[in-house]
Design a protein around this ligand. Structure first.
Ligand code: NAD
Length: 345
């Protein structure tokens, strides 16, 4: 598998986004967030996305040079119109608006309308936590890919959510899809020619399968955590979607490509001392690390720590790209007229 440094991959990705007509700051930012997902071990939300983003540029779904703006503000609430630009740009702008509102009011909410795929939600939750806030980011995806608990047909999207809280050692981030895993993980397994674990996907007939490609042949993901995860998935299918002014999956006019998003923030300093909060969070972390690990675990981890470990390793060793991803990136380079990607190894 070719190994590429984060710097090489970011430079390549930025050149690709500039070729779509994105101004340099937007191209750099989108490139950096996607490569950061690879660094954190979430290849499903890394440079593998170039192919679909560039297709959406060609289809006019993504407007590469478009910048978000406030649609309206009411007290501690703002609605941001992302104007179909790159979703990452809208999400970071929304998070910055949210920070200002939360600092002013103690609690705030920002909804992102007309928003394309924002990538890893944890990125924005971490950014909010770095600013001394509790951040919660929720996305309801109107494209149906997930079966409800007890069902054998697709009804909802993978509807992810991320929480970020400050600790003395940086943000603690919990970030996941409310389907068993993100749909993009099936592409990764497929690219590597591997079988998926049991309990992730049903085929189009509603039968369990370990073939990742079955998801894209009319199959469906299961929700995480039985009926509780299904319930969360359903809430996410409604709340961010309706507040962003669109309609849930299955309804006429659903924004199939989009990421209607709701971001909430609490300013810890409006409740008490930030230092007390972070000290207690650190104590919780240390208590968890101290306990005896169960069989098959070397340490009890906290949310965000698997990503920290991956980041350290990939910064040191480079980012491995499956052959199929590698060749897709090289054909995108030819198609968009930029210099090819160079592997370190
Ligand atoms: P996942 O199943 O890999 O779970 C990741 C979460 O679990 C992280 O918070 C991680 O720190 C935590 N975790 C994992 N192992 C752990 C352990 N041993 N101990 C403690 N915590 C642990 O994630 P996923 O559901 O496949 O989602 C992957 C990414 O995809 C997320 O970043 C999500 O935001 C993103 N996503 C985005 C969209 C979108 O449309 N924008 C849709 C779906 C998912």
């Amino acid at each position: 598998m070719p190994l590429v440094s984060a710097e090489q991959l970011t430079d390549f990705s930025s050149r690709l986004y500039r070729a779509t007509g994105a101004p340099p700051d937007i191209a750099d930012f989108v490139a950096q967030t996607l490569v950061d997902a690879n660094l954190g071990g979430h290849d499903s939300h890394g440079v593998m996305r170039h192919e679909s983003y560039l297709r959406q540029v060609k289809e006019g779904v993504i407007q590469p040079a478009m910048r978000p703006r406030i649609k309206h503000r009411h007290g501690a609430i703002a609605v941001v119109d992302c104007r179909r630009g790159y979703g990452q740009v809208g999400a970071r702008y929304g998070a910055a608006q949210l920070r200002g509102l939360a600092r002013e009011h103690g609690v705030a909410a920002v909804s992102l309308a007309n928003c394309n795929h924002i990538g890893r939600l944890g990125e924005y939750a971490a950014w909010l936590a770095d600013e001394g806030l509790v951040g919660l980011v929720m996305v309801g995806i109107p494209g149906a890919l997930v079966a409800p608990w007890g069902g054998r047909e697709r009804v909802t999207g993978t509807n992810p959510m991320a929480w970020g809280v400050p600790t003395g050692r940086g943000p603690m981030v919990l970030d996941f899809a409310t389907s068993i895993v993100a749909a993009g993980k099936m592409n990764i397994y497929s690219d590597k020619g591997e079988l998926i674990p049991e309990g992730w996907v049903l085929d189009s007939e509603g039968q369990p399968t370990r073939d990742p490609d079955k998801l894209f042949e009319g199959g469906m993901l299961l929700p995480f955590g039985t009926y509780k995860g299904y319930g969360l998935n359903l809430m996410m299918a409604l709340i961010p979607v309706l507040l962003a002014g669109t309609v849930p999956s299955g309804a006429k006019g659903a924004d199939l490509y989009g990421n209607p998003t709701l971001m909430l923030a609490l300013s810890i300093e409006h409740f008490g001392e930030l230092e007390d909060f972070t000290a207690m969070a650190d104590e919780l972390r240390e208590n968890a690390h101290r306990i005896r690990p169960a069989e098959g675990h070397d340490l009890v981890l906290l949310p965000g720590e698997p990503e920290e470990r991956a980041r350290l390793q990939r910064q040191r060793e480079g980012i491995p790209l499956p052959e199929r991803t590698w060749s897709t990136l090289q054909s995108l380079a030819r198609e968009w007229g930029i210099e090819p990607l160079v592997a370190d190894r």
